[in-house]
Design a protein around this ligand. Structure first.
Ligand SMILES: *Cc1c(COP(=O)(O)O)cnc(C)c1O
Length: 406
C-alpha cells in the first residue's frame, strides 16, 4: 500500500489489470475490516444457513426459470427461450440478494448505520428493506432527476423508515448519488457500512457482490439441467454496473456457453455503454472501463433505464471483455422500449426497462445471421437454448413509458 498518496491501492482484488482500491487512506481500514468479515463469514456454516434461509423465506428464492413460448414464436421460433425470473424476488429485482448478504455482514461488524446510493431506486428500496428487517438506520442518496422519475420508489423507502437525500450535483443521477454516499461513508466510517448495489467500487466489493449474486447462476444452471437435461447455448443479461449479469454468468462461465452482456446504448442524448464506448480509467475506487473525455473527465451517462444510467462498469466485466470470454454489445432506448411492450403483451410479464435491454438483444441475435451468434450453427443442433436474465419487474417504469401503448 502506498501510504504517501491520498489515493492508494494495496494491489489486491484485481481482475487482470482492473479493480483495485483507489480510495482515500481513511477508508482502507474499513475495506480491510469488510474483507476480513466477509472471508470469515463465507466459511462459517451459521452465516451460510442464515443467508440461505432469508433468501428462501424472505425473498422467495429459488426464483423460477420460465419458458416463454409466445416470446419464442415472436422471435421466429429460432430458439427455446427461458427467463430467469429475478423480477419475482421480494422488492422486485435481483438487488435484494446482495443486500441480504451485506446487511448480515454489517451486523457482524457491529455497525449501527447503513448508507447506499440508488439510481432506479431498486437498490435503495432493497437496502431500506433489509435495514427495516434488522432494525438499522438507513440513509439513501438519490439523484434529484431519479427521484422524480422513480417517485414510487422514494415513497417505498420512506415508508420503510429510510431517509432519502436528494443529490443535486452533476447530472443528478446515479454517479452523483454514488459520490455522495462515499462522502458520507468517509465521514462516518466507524459506525457506518456502505452497501454498494453492484459489482463496482473498491475491492472487496466487486468480488463480494458477485458472490452474493452468484445464487442466480447456481439456480439457473440446476434448473435448466432439470428441464432440458443440458446446458444453454447462450445466456443474456443487461449490464449497468454488472451485478445481475455476473451473477448469472458465474453459473456458466466455466462451460462452453456463449455469454452476452448488454449495455444501454441510450439515444442521441448519450449512452451508458462503458464497455462498448469507454476507455479504462478510475471511478469510485476502481479501475475499469469508463465513459470519459480525452482528459479523463467522466461523461454523464444516459439511458431510458435509470438502473443502467452509470458511466462505469464492474472491473470483472472489463477483464471478461478483454479476454473475450463475454461478448458485450448495446441496444438503444427505442429497442428496449419495444421489448418492454412486447414481453408485456406476449407473456403478461412487465419487465424492468433495464431487463428489456437483454430481451431486445435476445430478439436481435435470434433474427440476425449466424455470424453474430456462432453457436447457432453448431453441427447437429436442433433448437438453441437461450436464457435471458429478467433482472427486475417493470411496474416502477410505468410513468417512464407513457400511455402511447396502443
Ligand atoms: C439495478 C438494476 C440493474 C442494473 O444493475 P446491475 O448491477 O448491472 O445488475 C438491472 N436491472 C434491474 C431491474 C435493476 O434494478
Amino acid at each position: 500500500m502506498n501510504t504517501n498518496s491520498i489515493f492508494s491501492t494495496d494491489g489486491t482484488g484485481r481482475f487482470g489489470p482492473y479493480g483495485g482500491q483507489f480510495v482515500p487512506e481513511t477508508l482502507m481500514p474499513c475495506l480491510q475490516e469488510l474483507e476480513r468479515t466477509w472471508d470469515a463469514a463465507r466459511q462459517d456454516p451459521a452465516f451460510k444457513t442464515e443467508l440461505a434461509s432469508l433468501l428462501a423465506d424472505y425473498s422467495g428464492r429459488p426464483t423460477p426459470l420460465y419458458r416463454a413460448q409466445r416470446l419464442e414464436k415472436h422471435c421466429g421460433d429460432a430458439a427455446r427461450i427461458y427467463l430467469k425470473r429475478e423480477d419475482l424476488n421480494h422488492t422486485g429485482a435481483h438487488k435484494i440478494n446482495n443486500c441480504l448478504g451485506q446487511i448480515l455482514l454489517a451486523k457482524r461488524m457491529g455497525k449501527s448505520r447503513i448508507v447506499a446510493e440508488t439510481g432506479a431506486g431498486q437498490h435503495g428500496v432493497a437496502t431500506a428493506t433489509v435495514c427495516a428487517l434488522v432494525g438499522l438506520e438507513c440513509t439513501v442518496y438519490m439523484g434529484e432527476v431519479d427521484m422524480k422519475r422513480q417517485a414510487p420508489n422514494v415513497r417505498r423507502m420512506h415508508l420503510m423508515g429510510a431517509a432519502v437525500i436528494p443529490v443535486t450535483s452533476g447530472a443528478r443521477t446515479l454517479k452523483d448519488a454514488s459520490s455522495e454516499a462515499i462522502r458520507d461513508w468517509v465521514t462516518h466510517v466507524a459506525t457506518t457500512h456502505y452497501i454498494i448495489g453492484s459489482v463496482v467500487g473498491p475491492h472487496p466489493y466487486p468480488a463480494m457482490v458477485r458472490d452474493f449474486q452468484a445464487v442466480i447462476g447456481t439456480e439457473a444452471r440446476q434448473q435448466i439441467l432439470a428441464k432440458e437435461d443440458r446446458l444453454p447455448d447462450a445466456v443474456i443479461a443487461c449490464v449497468g454496473g454488472g451485478s445481475n449479469a455476473i451473477g448469472i454468468f458465474s453459473g456458466f462461465v466455466a462451460d462452453e456457453v456463449a455469454l452476452y452482456g448488454v449495455e444501454a446504448g441510450g439515444s442521441q442524448a448519450g449512452s451508458s455503454a462503458a464497455l462498448s464506448l469507454g476507455e479504462p480509467g478510475v471511478l469510485h475506487g476502481s479501475f475499469s472501463y469508463l465513459l470519459q473525455t480525452q482528459d479523463g473527465q467522466v461523461i454523464p451517462a444516459h439511458s431510458v433505464a435509470a438502473g443502467l444510467d452509470y458511466p462505469g462498469v464492474g472491473p470483472e466485466h472489463s477483464h471478461l471483455k478483454d479476454t473475450g470470454r463475454v461478448c458485450y454489445d448495446s441496444v438503444n432506448d427505442d429497442e428496449a422500449l419495444t421489448a418492454f411492450a412486447d414481453l408485456s403483451r406476449l407473456e403478461g410479464i412487465i419487465p424492468a426497462l433495464e431487463s428489456s435491454h437483454a430481451l431486445a438483444y435476445c430478439r436481435r441475435i435470434l433474427s440476425q445471421p449466424t455470424a453474430v451468434a456462432p453457436w447457432r450453427k453448431k453441427p447437429g443442433m436442433k433448437k438453441p437454448l437461450v436464457i435471458v436474465n429478467l433482472s427486475g419487474r417493470g411496474d416502477k417504469d410505468m410513468a417512464q413509458t407513457g400511455e402511447d401503448d396502443s
